[in-house]
Write a protein that binds this ligand. Structure first.
Ligand SMILES: *Cc1c(COP(=O)(O)O)cnc(C)c1O
Length: 489
């Protein structure tokens, strides 16, 4: 039986007078509260907080935590999200007192260690991107997109060019058009595709002197590397536009090729994806951007500088780029996530970083080969770090949908892959195993899917059976969220 402490709210466990700890009464006379706070502002009753014992609280939250799936407890092949293992050593390093106790307003002279770390991270990100200007301020990939698009807008304004359009393929992540719209651009979607690749004639037909930026994820969300990316970049550059590389899929190409080398002018990283920052619960992210030299003057400040004094000592300082668009966030964004990414890169070194991508691509291809006979992959025989399978045939023949498979996988102890994205693949199941999974895990996952599709379709529609809820009404939850607990009468 499922533990009551997990399924009941703390408010429901509450009994008047229960306490975790009791303190002795104060032995000094109380000063009247009205000495400190005007009477009108004083509360007339205590807030209705739950009254529970310490074990109640501990069991409640520990049991709740076991209802969740996480990278630490389950295989988590969520496509496009790079749910790789988060090494625990990073947590220890990122919480060293010298780092976490530093106040952002301490002077550069008193923060040399932190500035050295930020400078080295900046340089590593520039090197991996092949783009020299880096801002670490953005708090997530989506904010990185917005920051880079604002940089592009300011660049064109400076040149007296009126460019209003941002183009992207229909496999783009939803944040691409959203960022473009927030940055004030018009969105132009390419709807044709040549086997999952950009249609060059369609792109050409959309390019003109209105084109500001072409945004492309490479490798794409279909797990395909756009091999004609240099031709594409040249087409965009020929009409005076800029190329933005959505770097969410960098896990496939680290140290193998670089956005700056294949024609990108700007890109973002997702440190919480590619470089092991823990994510998945809306926690803090980090989306640094890297840009070409002619865009670096527009970046948000400050940027960390390194100078050698005449006596040989190295001094780190702060500089605001001359034509900056202003700040996108306070200080250096989510430094804690950057620190974890830094530990990761330093631990692996250049060779290790490249091995990450080699193994991520190998694992994804292994899984693709194991599954393609039951879940066809419309975009081909080979993939990069992820692939998009389709349950279309299963749905027509047996009535088993991508959602049924995803939900039933939870009963088998696997987190579901990404489903129904990208929109261009019907009944999509997008799988990204990452490099940190063993052959045994991938085999067990493939075996679970093979088993699931032999089950009774009617029963599958009810899955999962082991979770606290089976199939909540997502639409109702989104439209009429219940955000406040109200006591039952
Ligand atoms: C995750 C993702 C984003 C957005 O990144 P966040 O860090 O979640 O804001 C953008 N594009 C692609 C392809 C992604 O997978």
């Amino acid at each position: 039986m499922r533990n009551q402490q997990a399924t009941q709210l703390l408010f429901e466990l509450s009994k008047p007078g229960r306490r975790a700890a009791r303190y002795p009464m104060a032995d000094v006379p109380d000063r009247p509260l009205t000495d400190l706070i005007p009477e009108a502002q004083l509360a007339t009753a205590l807030p209705p907080l739950p009254e529970v014992t310490e074990p109640d609280v501990i069991r409640h939250f520990v049991n709740l935590s076991t209802l969740n799936m996480s990278v630490d407890t389950h295989f988590y092949p969520l496509g496009s999200c790079t749910m790789k293992y988060n090494p625990k050593r990073h947590e220890r390093l990122a919480s060293l007192p010298g780092l976490v106790d530093l106040h952002p307003y301490q002077t550069p002279a008193a923060s040399q260690g932190m500035l050295q770390f930020l400078y080295e991270m900046q340089q590593m990100l520039a090197e991996i991107a092949g783009l020299p200007g880096v801002s670490m301020q953005p708090a997530a990939g989506a904010q990185g997109e917005l920051t880079a698009l604002l940089v592009a807008a300011q660049y064109f304004r400076d040149r007296g060019e009126h460019r209003t359009k941002v183009i992207f393929p229909n496999s783009a992540h939803g944040t691409n058009p959203a960022s473009a719209a927030i940055a004030g651009f018009e969105c132009v979607q390419l709807n044709q595709s040549e086997g999952g690749y950009v249609s060059l004639p369609e792109l050409q037909s959309q390019l003109n002197d209105q084109t500001a930026v072409f945004m492309i994820t490479n490798p794409s969300t279909l797990g395909l590397f756009e091999r004609r990316i240099q031709t594409i970049a040249k087409m965009v550059h020929d009409v005076g536009g800029l190329v933005y590389i959505d770097g969410a899929n960098m896990n496939a190409i680290l140290g193998i090729t670089r956005p700056g080398d294949f024609g990108g002018d700007m890109m973002h990283y997702n440190v919480h994806k590619t470089f092991t920052g823990p994510h998945g619960a809306g926690g803090p992210g980090s989306g640094p951007i890297a840009v070409r030299d002619f865009l670096a003057d527009y970046l948000p400040g400050p940027i960390v500088t390194k100078e050698q004094q005449p006596d040989g000592t190295v001094v780190y300082g702060l500089k605001t780029p001359s034509k900056t668009i202003g700040r996108m966030r306070t200080f250096f964004g989510n430094v804690g996530i950057l620190l974890r990414g830094y530990c990761y890169l330093k631990t692996l070194g250049a060779e290790g970083v490249k091995a990450v991508s080699d193994n991520a691509v190998l694992n994804a291809n292994y899984l693709l080969q194991k599954l393609k006979h039951v879940l066809p992959v419309p975009q081909g025989e080979r993939c990069m770090h992820e692939f998009v399978a389709s349950a279309q045939k299963l749905k027509t023949e047996k009535g088993i949908s991508a959602m049924d498979i995803a939900k039933r996988l939870l009963d088998y102890g696997f987190h579901a892959p990404t489903v129904y994205f990208p929109l261009v693949v019907p009944e999509a199941l997008m799988m990204e195993p990452t490099e940190t999974e063993s052959k045994e895990t991938l085999d067990a996952f493939a075996a679970a899917i093979e088993q699931i599709i032999t089950e009774d379709p009617e029963r599958l529609h009810q899955a999962p059976f082991t979770g606290p809820a089976s199939r909540p009404d997502d639409l109702k939850a989104g439209r009429n969220p219940v955000l406040k607990w109200v006591a039952k009468a």
